[in-house]
Design a protein around this ligand. Structure first.
Ligand code: RUB
Length: 311
């Protein structure tokens, strides 16, 4: 229980972050938790697994990869605790391996859209987006990257570190300089926390502004998103919840306490409408956003009936 709580806290505090990584971490935690459960009673095992699943899902509300990963593991079955546990381990390991392969495959598929000499703008820190840039670079394409800081949590610093280690020339800019530099950009490549059934993309706050500036300058916007970032529940009309984080991420408490009429708004994500998205690179292919429904239907492995039953 202690380790489960610690993992949940690490995801909540963003020590572990990024939609793909939190999904793999949740799957691994469910596996380890199942292995630690000593009970021989199947009902108790199932109950404890369900509570663990709920706790992990509650840590961050926006990244759909998290409930999708938990759901993939919680499809386990078994007549006995041992059978159930073995199945949990198998499903979790499968999810993690598929997720890692997906990021690699997205790199290969997305790199086809990158030309020698391109300047790519990216926002936040996305493993899937970096996979595209890393693959293009490894193929010998000479690319330059413009990376935003991504206030308030400055995930852009992670991105420049990563690209630097790969030997990719990168310029760091403040978020408000996106439009200023867009004329130098050939391609925007960003990740996703969720993709809705109508092809809208939810990603780090500011992504919609980057896409808007790209559209104005007629530059292509490519989203790097594994299939488990697609949200089945949006088929039923549900909206993706946008996480609102602590004001202290934006301004220190001491400073804020000096004011009587000031509040802070700190949404962590925004929605980029599909009209601003040219292509979504998934591990099963590069699709126009209009095809999001096909991904949900054919690749997420569960039907609308199952969702309607509320599981
Ligand atoms: C991270 C973020 C990333 C996506 C995709 O937000 O918006 O672009 O999660 O990342 P946060 P990846 O830092 O708040 O978690 O491609 O690594 O899954």
């Amino acid at each position: 229980m202690k380790q489960l709580r610690e993992t949940a806290q690490k995801i909540k505090s963003m020590e572990i972050r990024g939609a793909g990584r939190i999904a793999r971490t949740a799957a691994a935690e469910l596996r380890d938790y199942a292995e630690r459960l000593k009970t021989k009673d199947l009902d108790e095992f199932n109950e404890k697994m369900s509570s663990a699943a709920e706790l992990l899902i509650s840590t961050r509300p926006t990244a759909v990869s998290l409930p999708n990963a938990v759901r993939a593991v919680m499809r386990y079955s078994g007549e006995t605790v041992d059978e159930a546990r073995t199945n949990v381990v198998k499903l979790a390991d499968e999810f993690i391996a598929n997720s890692e392969n997906a990021v690699k495959r997205i790199g290969e598929i997305g790199a086809r859209r990158v030309r020698d000499g391109d300047t790519i703008m990216t926002h936040c820190n996305s493993s899937a987006a970096i996979s595209i840039m890393a693959t293009a670079h490894a193929q010998g394409k000479n690319i330059n990257v413009i990376a935003t800081e991504s206030r308030p949590r400055l995930q852009g610093h992670l991105t420049i570190g990563h690209l630097d280690r790969l030997g990719i020339k990168t310029a760091l800019i403040v978020d408000s300089a996106v439009r200023f530099f867009m004329k130098e950009v050939d391609l925007v490549v960003v990740g996703a926390d969720a993709v809705t059934v109508n092809g809208s993309v939810i990603n780090k706050i500011g992504t919609a502004q980057v896409a808007l500036a790209a559209r104005e300058a007629r530059k292509n916007v490519i989203i790097a998103a594994e299939t488990y970032k697609f949200s089945p529940k949006t088929i039923l009309g549900e909206l993706v919840e946008i996480e609102e984080r602590d004001s202290a991420e934006v301004i220190g408490r001491e400073m804020l306490d000096k004011f009587s009429n000031v509040s802070v708004k700190n949404p962590a994500f925004d929605v980029t409408p599909r009209e601003y998205v040219d292509l979504i690179c998934t591990e099963v292919g590069a699709i126009p956003p209009e095809m999001a429904y096909i991904i949900i239907k054919d690749f997420l492995g569960w039907g609308i009936e199952e969702m309607n039953s509320g599981h």
